[in-house]
Ligand binder design. Structure first.
Ligand code: NAD
Length: 331
């Protein structure tokens, strides 16, 4: 089968992972673009790929089947619009953006243009999320009523450069809400429907060298479902527990255990579902394969631009609520 030509724009932390994982699908010829010349040179050497320092020069040089946008969030929409004008399928890192500017234009252009588009909310390909979602949709436990999420990790351990990247400012997608909570808010919306109202309390508690929030509590309504999130980025354990309580029992996802579980009303214990352990790259290879499948018009679980635009509303409402101290209704 002919390989798809995939341009990765932004080859920093996650862009390099995309580059490597698209390569590892065996289905893609990858090209690298980053405006940091030292980083670009190292990545191009290491993976043996063609390199471009300038996105527009890369677009003019040849035709790409797909473009992965892995730059900081405030640059995503403009780059995605240019990628769509090029005629490529577009895969945009989360969050979709840091504001609503040109988001409707992006949605309309994507809807009108032929090629596939998706947003890289990577939880959508995690088997423990997919298993829980399929089970919830079977309706065996009745309607979800209440969701609780507890999550956290020691961010400096996983991202030692956090003081030098987009993370330091809300304007470039930084802080716990846009960086970490957005993944979980998006997946909760995917499981039980869009957020309609929220109140957010957030603060900078621990992380040195930054002032953005590293700790967040959100209480939300997703329609008739009540949702509660507690997340921080300094705790020692790297854990995420998401529990969906339905009339007939509860479904629990433990990301750190890579498992989902069911406790039916009347049962004595949890019934766990756990597959073979996965490395982080395995998940990103699955995500790359899903995108390549989408380019061939196969069904995929990937987040749509419309879903990511809804989660952008969550992000911005959470920031506004934490600033104003007021609950926000999401339109
Ligand atoms: N899905 C995940 O698990 C995950 C993890 C980390 C980051 N992210 C998201 O990915 C995005 C990038 O994050 P990161 O941690 O890789 O950041 P990073 O700072 O490590 O890398 C971003 C890169 O983009 C390059 N860049 C910026 N503007 C450019 C442009 N116009 N043209 C070419 N290159 C440009 C920079 O030089 C830099 O190398 C963010 O939106 C972030 O939220 C997602």
């Amino acid at each position: 089968m002919k390989k798809d030509v995939i341009l990765v724009v932004g080859c920093g932390s996650i862009g390099e992972r995309h580059l490597r994982c698209f390569q590892r699908t065996g289905r893609a010829e990858v090209v690298a673009c980053d405006n940091n010349v030292v980083l670009l040179e190292r990545v191009a050497q290491q993976y043996g790929v063609t390199q471009f320092i300038d996105f527009n020069v890369a677009l003019a040089a040849r035709k790409y089947d797909g473009i992965v946008i892995a730059t900081p969030a405030h640059t995503h929409v403009a780059l995605a619009l240019a990628a769509l004008r090029h005629g490529a399928a577009v895969f945009i890192e989360k969050p979709l953006s840091t504001g609503f500017d040109k988001v409707d234009e992006l949605r309309n252009t994507a809807a009108r243009s032929g090629p596939f588009t998706a947003v890289a909310y990577v939880y959508h390909v995690m088997p423990w999320i997919l298993g829980a979602r399929a089970f919830l949709r079977s309706g065996k436990l009745g309607i979800p009523m209440h969701v609780t999420v507890t999550a956290g990790q020691h961010f400096p351990t996983f991202r030692p450069a956090y003081r030098e990247i987009y993370y330091t400012r809300h304007e470039s997608g930084g802080g716990a809400i846009q960086d970490a909570l957005t993944h979980i808010a998006n997946v909760v919306e995917w499981l039980v429907g869009p957020t309609t109202r929220l109140f957010c309390d957030a603060a900078h508690q621990v992380l040195e060298g930054v002032t953005v929030e590293d700790t967040v509590n959100v209480t939300a309504h997703n329609g008739n479902v009540l949702v509660n999130y507690a997340l921080n980025q300094f705790q020692a354990p790297n854990e995420m527990t998401l529990q969906i309580n339905c009339e007939g029992g509860s479904v629990r996802v433990e990301g750190h255990e890579q498992r989902w579980s069911v406790f039916r009303r009347g049962a004595k214990e949890w019934k766990h579902h756990k597959a073979a352990p996965l490395e982080r790259d395995d998940i990103f290879i699955a995500q790359a394969n899903a995108f390549l499948d989408g380019m061939r018009r196969k069904p995929t679980p990937l987040a749509t631009i419309a879903e990511a635009a809804q989660t952008l509303k969550f992000n911005l409402a959470a920031l506004e609520s934490s600033r104003s101290g007021k609950a926000i209704e999401l339109s």
